[in-house]
Design a protein around this ligand. Structure first.
Ligand code: 13P
Ligand code: ZN
Ligand code: NA
Length: 282
C-alpha cells in the first residue's frame, strides 16, 4: 500500500536525511522510479503536477501508484506537486494521495496563508499532510505556463509566521533554486535556509533540484531539507534514451521496446540521486 508521506519525511528530518520526490509523468516513469528505489533500498515519493492530472486523470494515476506500491519492497508515497487550487487538492485527497502541495506562492502573503490554511483544514482530518510554498521559486515546472519571474527569497521571520498561521506540515522556501535547467551559475543561500529551518522546525522541501551539484544537495539536507524534487533531469534522460533508440533502430515499432533505453536512462538518474541521501535507519 502507499505509505504516509508524513512519517517518511519526519523520519528523514530527524535523521538529517531526505526523501527524493520524482515527477511521475506517465506509467513508464512511475515504474522505473520505483524499480530504481528498490535497487538502492530507498523510500521514494511519486509526484504528479496538475498538468499530469489533466492529461492522465487522477483515478488512473492513483491506481497505478497503488498497484506499483503494493508490489514494491520499499515505501512509496504519492504526492500532488504544485497543487493550483482547492479543487485540485480535494480531487487528490478523494483519490488517496498521501500528501498534497498547495502552491499559493504567487498570491499576496495574507491570501497565501488563507488558502493554505483552508487546504490544511480539509486535509488534516483525512490524515493527509500538506506542503506549501512561500517566496517565489523561479522557472516553471510546467513550461506551458512559463513566465520567467524574479526570484523572491523567503524571509525567515515570515516563514515562521506562515507556518504557525497555517499549520502546514512541510515548507518549500525560495533560497536560490530554480525549476528547469539552470542558465548561469547556481548560488544557494544556505545561511537563509538554515535560519528558516531553525525557525519553523518542520521538514523543508527543495524545489528545482535538477542541475544542483551533488555537494549542494547534501549541504541542503544538512540544513533542514528533507524532501527533494526532481523533474527536469528525468525528462531529459527519458527523451535522450528514446531519441537514441529511434536513431539506432529506425525500424523498431514495438512500444515496449521503444521505451527500454529511455527507462534505463531514467533509472540511472534516479539511482544517482537516491545515493545522495544517507540511509534512514529502520
Ligand atoms: P526541476 O525540474 O528543476 O527538477 O524541479 C522540480 C520541481 O521542483 C518540481 O516541483
Ligand atoms: Zn517545484
Ligand atoms: Na532545476
Amino acid at each position: 500500500a502507499l505509505l504516509s508521506t508524513k512519517g517518511l519525511l519526519e523520519t528523514a528530518y530527524r535523521n538529517r536525511s531526505a526523501v527524493f520526490a520524482f515527477a511521475s509523468h506517465n506509467m513508464e516513469l512511475m515504474k522505473t522510479i520505483v524499480e530504481a528505489a528498490e535497487e538502492t533500498g530507498s523510500p521514494v515519493i511519486l509526484q504528479t503536477t496538475p498538468a499530469t492530472l489533466r492529461s492522465t486523470k487522477v483515478k488512473l494515476l492513483a491506481a497505478m501508484a497503488r498497484a506499483i506500491a503494493e508490489e514494491a519492497r520499499i515505501p512509496v508515497a504519492l504526492h500532488l506537486d504544485h497543487g493550483d487550487s482547492f479543487a485540485t487538492v480535494a480531487q487528490c485527497l478523494r483519490a488517496g494521495y498521501t500528501s498534497v502541495m498547495i502552491d499559493g506562492s504567487r498570491l499576496p502573503l495574507k491570501e497565501n496563508i488563507a488558502l493554505t490554511r483552508r487546504v490544511v483544514e480539509m486535509a488534516h482530518p483525512m490524515g493527509v499532510p500538506v506542503e506549501a510554498e512561500l517566496g517565489t521559486i523561479v522557472g516553471t515546472e510546467e513550461p506551458s505556463a512559463a513566465v520567467d519571474g524574479q526570484a523572491v527569497f523567503t524571509d525567515p521571520a515570515t516563514a515562521e509566521t506562515f507556518v504557525s498561521h497555517t499549520g502546514v506540515d512541510f515548507l518549500a522556501p525560495s533560497f536560490g533554486t530554480a525549476h528547469g535547467p539552470y542558465k548561469g551559475e547556481i548560488r544557494l543561500d544556505f545561511p537563509r535556509l538554515a535560519e528558516i529551518s531553525r525557525r519553523v522546525s518542520i521538514p523543508l522541501v527543495m524545489h528545482g533540484a535538477s542541475g544542483v551539484p551533488e555537494n549542494s544537495i547534501q549541504l541542503a539536507i544538512a540544513n533542514g531539507v528533507s524532501k527533494i524534487n526532481i523533474s527536469t533531469e528525468l525528462k531529459q534522460a527519458f527523451t535522450q534514451g528514446l531519441r537514441d533508440t529511434l536513431e539506432e533502430n529506425p525500424s523498431e515499432t514495438d512500444p515496449r521496446k521503444l521505451f527500454q533505453s529511455a527507462k534505463e536512462a531514467v533509472k540511472q538518474v534516479v539511482k544517482q540521486k537516491l545515493n545522495l541521501a544517507r540511509p534512514i535507519p529502520g
